[in-house]
Design a protein around this ligand. Structure first.
Ligand code: S3P
Length: 427
């Protein structure tokens, strides 16, 4: 895929639904009583992995019209053990959160697999789920994961890393536990979509300082959920409009949950012109429209506590920093090494190939910015959807354009990405 340089981004757009809420909604609907409806559902490889998984576990899935998914659940402990492994494809959220639910399916056993990328990532949920009483086997801490469901007991668990996926797996298992609440301690807040969704369903979840507590559920009521746009899918457009002079772009109905919007805070510190307006609430999540105009940027430093709030946007931050005056640094982002690719490596390699002065450290990057367009050239996504989108934004903001190898990786989260980008691009 070749991306030509652009002059500006102008127009009004909407982006696909929050991927993590689509996945959480599908998984919860599978153990709900009766029929759930998820509206605004964004079909992509990662959300299809959730639908395929729940279908295999015996839930009925229908799509009566585009963007609406109906799922007939099997009740809290009624999932069927399939004869074949459950293929989570590229989706870490599906593998980890579903493990929490399967751990409580007493007397049945399940196997979870993934693609090459997921098979190289740490499972992490095995340890707390074992403490809760399930039998969980992995391949040296990596998928495939074999889970023998059990009657679960509640635990108190302190997260060894700030990970919403790990937190969510334990909270979901806590819903299926018996005799008392399960507590997860997180020192640095990570995205809280699971907690908000459980609360919206009337389930008992509390948060006091860093302790999140969930009580066993008697049943999960069916979901009737509208899912707003994904901030991570809005982020490439936000960065592009900031970098291209003359831009004026509005992105409508974006989930602006503060555990997800760290990029906005950082861009504001750098001098960006971004307005967040029409704030309202959808399905327990804060939602707004975002207006972006171009602005000259100054360098910024990102410290470890801030990382979870923009973990998936750090590749785009690196690109913004390459156009900013001064040296920018990202610290405490070692989690990037276990994402869909080692994003410290893939981001450094791809941006460097385009003429950006970036170097990798153990836990982040250092970028020497210049307020001018980098040259451009060719890079590979390495099969990572966020790196493919990074390449596209680098391309429109370059002098000579960018050739992206493996650009189709965008379909993991955002199948129509290139068409939407083209629709607001002025040359
Ligand atoms: C996600 C949590 C984050 C994020 C991922 C989606 C989620 O991962 O990087 O894209 O849906 O909970 P970790 O929880 O592993 O940091």
């Amino acid at each position: 895929m070749r991306i030509e340089p652009a002059a500006a981004l102008v127009g009004d757009i909407a982006v696909p639904a929050v991927k993590g809420i689509c996945q959480r909604g599908a998984l919860l609907a599978a153990i709900a009583d009766g029929e759930s409806e998820l509206r605004g559902f964004g079909r992509a490889a990662d959300t299809d992995a959730a639908l395929d998984a729940v279908r295999l576990l015996g839930a009925e899935v229908a799509e009566p019209e585009q963007g609406t998914v109906r799922i007939r659940g099997r009740g809290l402990r009624g999932l069927v053990a399939p004869d074949e492994p459950i293929d989570c494809a590229n989706a870490g959220t599906v593998l980890r959160l579903l493990s929490g639910i399967l751990a409580g399916q007493d007397g049945r056993s399940f196997q979870l697999t993934g693609d090459e990328s997921l098979s190289a990532r740490p499972v992490r949920v095995d340890e707390p789920l074992r403490q809760m009483g399930a039998r969980v086997d992995t391949n040296k801490g990596r998928p495939p994961v074999t889970i023998q469901g059990a009657k679960l007991r509640p635990i108190d668990y302190e997260l060894p890393v700030a990970s919403a996926q790990l937190k969510s797996a334990v909270l979901l298992a806590g819903l299926l536990a018996e005799d008392g609440p399960t507590t997860v301690i997180e020192r640095v807040p990570s995205r809280d979509h699971t907690e908000r969704l459980l609360r919206a369903l009337g389930l008992r979840v509390t948060r006091a300082a860093s302790a999140i507590r969930v009580w066993p559920a008697e049943r999960i009521p069916p979901l009737s959920l509208d899912i707003p746009g994904d901030f991570s899918s809005a982020a490439p457009f936000i960065v592009a409009a900031t970098l291209l002079s003359g831009s004026n772009l509005r992105i409508h109905d974006v989930d602006v949950n503060p555990t997800r919007t760290g990029l906005l805070d950082v861009l504001e510190r750098m001098g960006a012109r971004i307005a967040v307006f029409n704030r309202h609430s959808v399905g327990g999540e804060p939602v707004a429209d975002i207006e972006v105009r171009d602005a000259p940027l100054l360098a910024a430093t990102i410290e470890p506590e801030e990382v979870p709030s923009l973990v998936d946007e750090l590749p785009l931050f690196a690109l913004a920093a390459s156009h900013a005056r001064g040296e920018s640094v990202v610290n405490g982002a070692q989690e990037l090494r276990v994402k869909e690719t080692d994003r410290i490596e893939t981001v450094t390699n791809s941006l460097r190939a385009l003429g950006v002065r970036i170097s990798a450290s153990d836990d982040g990057f250092r970028i020497r910015g210049v307020p001018a367009r980098p040259r451009g050239g060719s890079m590979t996504s390495a099969g990572d959807h966020r790196v493919a989108m990074l390449g596209a934004i680098a391309g429109i903001a370059s002098k000579e354009g960018v050739e992206i190898e493996d650009a189709e990786a965008v379909a993991v989260s955002f199948p129509g990405f290139f068409e939407l980008l083209e629709s607001v691009t002025q040359r």
